[in-house]
Design a binder for this molecule. Structure first.
Ligand SMILES: [Zn+2]
Length: 317
């Protein structure tokens, strides 16, 4: 039976999954992404992982590699922010040379595009067309699938949904603009909102929960406080849901999607965030477009990127 290898190189972890042509998992493993040493160090880690997992690279039919950053139409990675000292890299070429594997059977893409592929084929995307994937975590990532394939744009960089401005006077984003979704509904953005609210509410239970350690402020802590009924925490949730709802309404108006799948760590807030955001999105979007769209949570967290990479190469290489 044919076998396909999916690799997901994250800022902290590297995941690898081997699947067969029925999409059954043969093996799966996680290792550390090397903090230094660039792509060579990454390839060395992969080689160890494959030995340990008994993944025979030379017998694999195709390989997909997901990267947390921009990847162009030729598979060249462009300066991924979370992979220090990578710069512009043809990681597929490194892989091919090290493992003596044909470059043309390797596909390299942005990790959100691959995660979207997982949701589309075996997750909560249910082959919707178009399907939009939004990931809320350290940053805000996006992918737009048309007929099951990512909208690439001229160079391959399309789908930067995290840099849609939803608050023109909002905080500065890493890209230089003000009020991008990434500056407001990423982990960091939510924590920023939380401090703004908390400074004006000295009676909030969140002060006790922090126990004097201000680094503890996180979406998880806000959620806990909201569950107890803390008004400040609920206010933070409301503000965040409003931002998310606005972004979703924009996406609905632009793409007329059948489904929007929301993944990433912050989507684990689940319905506390999603239900109000859904309502706001449907209220704000144009009526004809709001009617039929489904906004759902992602099915996968851990394996989505690696699985999607394997599924993509199985279907397209
Ligand atoms: Zn931005």
């Amino acid at each position: 039976m044919r076998k396909f290898l999916g690799i997901d190189i994250g800022g902290t972890n590297t995941k690898a999954v081997l699947i067969d042509e029925n999409l059954e998992i043969i093996s799966f493993g996680v290792g550390d992404t090397p903090a230094s040493g660039g792509p060579q160090a990454e390839i060395a880690i992969l080689s160890e992982m494959f030995d340990f997992l008994k993944i025979p690279v030379k017998d694999v039919d195709a390989v997909g590699i997901g990267i947390p950053g921009p990847v162009d139409n030729n598979g060249i990675v462009h300066n991924p922010p979370n992979l220090k000292h990578w710069g512009d890299v043809d990681i597929g070429k490194y892989f091919a040379e090290f493992f003596k594997y044909p470059r043309e059977r390797i596909a390299v893409d942005n990790d959100v595009n691959f995660a979207a592929m997982s949701e589309y084929h075996i997750g909560n995307g249910k082959r919707a067309n178009p399907m939009i994937m939004l990931t809320l975590g350290t940053g805000v990532g996006g992918s737009v699938l048309i007929d099951g394939l990512p909208l690439r744009g001229r160079d391959g960089f399309a789908g930067e949904l995290g840099h849609i401005v939803i608050e023109p006077n909002g905080p500065r984003c890493g890209c230089g603009r003000k009020g991008c979704a990434e500056a407001l509904i990423s982990h960091h953005g939510i924590v920023k909102t939380a401090w703004k609210i908390l400074r004006r509410d000295k009676g909030s239970i969140m002060w006790n929960m922090l126990e004097g350690d201000f680094r503890r402020m996180s979406p998880e802590l806000i959620e806990k406080a909201a569950n107890i009924g803390d008004p400040a925490a609920n206010k933070i949730l409301d503000i965040t849901a409003n931002y998310l709802g606005t972004l979703l309404a924009d996406l609905i108006n632009i793409f007329n999607p059948e489904r929007i799948v929301i993944g990433g760590g912050i989507s684990r807030w689940g319905d506390a965030l999603l239900e109000p955001a859904r309502k706001i999105a449907k209220r704000q979007a144009l009526k004809n477009l709001a009617k039929s769209v489904k906004i759902v949570r992602a099915k996968f967290y851990q394996r989505a990127g690696a699985m999607g990479a394997a599924i993509y190469v199985k279907n397209n290489l």
